[in-house]
Design a protein around this ligand. Structure first.
Ligand code: NAP
Length: 361
């Protein structure tokens, strides 16, 4: 039986520092849910941004205290009465959300069974915890087809043409070393793109090649030099797809400039589509624009979420995708503020930061 209270790290109100709550109620599960004992929780830029209300994003918090944590992995502790696909003791990928009960900066969270996936033997809890936000984000920008989605509508690998439509076509990922960027490289590889070119700090070169990148360009070079390098590396072949995995105005611009007329440009900045579409109208380039929103529970992503989560275990088992590399921060939940600070100040490179909530003193 799960305890009735637990440790949780939350933000009491807008702009306040993180606080450890030691008697926070363990959420109760509904018939279609799992109660998961969180072994590993991964950190995302959204955690510090909501805590600090960076650019007003704390409106994303559904309730206060805001419990952080969009990514998790753990062990099923209790199973809802209508759930048949999971049993107590299963190791699962446990996505978080901005809702208190789903958030992963606590010892137990609630996950709808439809949103969970079993962790295969070859993947650790720490690795598994890096996946939910990154896979949801990239997939939402490229593979969502339902009404209301804002993707570029590429066929997914499980659909007809999903691995052949773009075979041999050039793709460019801006910021391949980030958590999202690492998955963007791998999803481009699954889509058959070649070459796949990315920008990163050069010490990440070998790692990003192991994920499927063909060439790495130093991200510190001026944009004009990067664009000239792209021309050389593709030998003039048009770049038909660019994915901005960073979301700054400058990185969006770079992705946009790299794509040939008629190609597709996608950014992790969910607010960028209007401006980018206006730009397409102005320059008549007929580029398709997609933006990401890494929540597969919203109606335009629901079908995609079911398809993707239904395949995740097998993809991981077969090595078709690999999770991010991880660095575990000691101190359990109390390590999170330091981790958030490092993410904020760009002091994380090529790894995802992970904590172990159960190790909180
Ligand atoms: N729309 C959504 O739903 C959604 C979901 C998740 C994330 N996001 C956004 O996506 C962005 C990335 O998130 P993340 O979790 O992947 O971040 P992350 O893992 O913390 O990203 C860190 C990496 O960013 C790279 N980087 C930083 N500035 C760069 C630049 N100018 N050009 C190329 N690479 C650069 C660094 O690469 P090097 O180490 O190689 O220098 C570093 O490894 C964030 O802005 C986040 O808010 C959006």
């Amino acid at each position: 039986m799960a305890p009735t209270t637990q440790k949780m790290l939350g933000v009491p109100e807008v702009g306040k520092p993180w606080k450890l709550y030691t008697e926070w109620p363990v959420p109760t599960l509904g018939p279609n849910d799992l109660l998961v004992k969180i072994v590993s929780a991964a950190l995302n830029p959204a955690d510090w941004r909501i805590q600090e209300n960076f650019m007003g994003v704390s409106i994303l918090a559904k309730k206060w205290p805001f419990i952080g944590g969009l990514d998790g992995a753990g062990i099923v502790e209790e199973v809802g009465s209508a759930v048949t696909a999971f049993a107590k003791g299963d190791k699962v990928i446990a996505p978080g959300s901005f809702e208190q009960e789903h958030a992963t900066f606590q010892e137990y969270n609630i996950v709808a069974a439809a949103d969970a996936a079993k962790i295969p033997e070859n993947i650790s809890f720490d690795q598994a915890a890096t996946l939910p936000v990154a896979v949801s984000t990239v997939a939402s920008g490229i593979w969502a087809h339902e009404q209301g989605s804002r993707s570029v509508n590429f066929p997914a690998p499980w659909e007809e043409d999903g691995s052949t439509k773009f075979a041999g076509k050039a793709a460019f990922i801006v910021g391949g070393a980030g958590s999202v960027g690492q998955i963007a490289i791998q999803f481009a590889r699954l889509g058959g793109f070649s070459p796949i070119i990315t920008t990163a700090s050069l010490h990440n070169t070998e790692y990003l090649k192991s994920l499927g990148a063909t060439y790495i360009i130093d991200r510190n070079l001026p944009d004009a030099t990067i664009l000239a390098e792209l021309q050389k590396l593709t030998e003039g072949k048009p770049i038909v797809y660019a994915f901005d995995a960073i979301g700054y105005e400058a990185t969006q611009e770079l992705a946009y400039a790299a794509v040939a007329p008629g190609g597709a440009v996608v950014t992790v900045n969910p607010a960028a589509d209007v401006a980018l579409k206006e730009k397409v109208q102005r320059d008549g380039s007929a580029k398709a624009v997609g933006v990401c929103f890494g929540d597969l529970r919203i109606p335009p992503h629901r079908k995609l979420g079911d398809e993707l989560y239904g395949r995740l275990t097998e993809w991981l088992e077969k090595g078709l995708i690999v999770p991010n590399r991880v660095e575990v921060i000691p101190g359990g939940l109390l390590g999170i503020p330091e981790g958030c600070d490092r993410i904020k100040h760009n002091k994380v490179s090529g790894v995802k930061l992970v904590v172990h909530p159960q190790e909180t003193e």
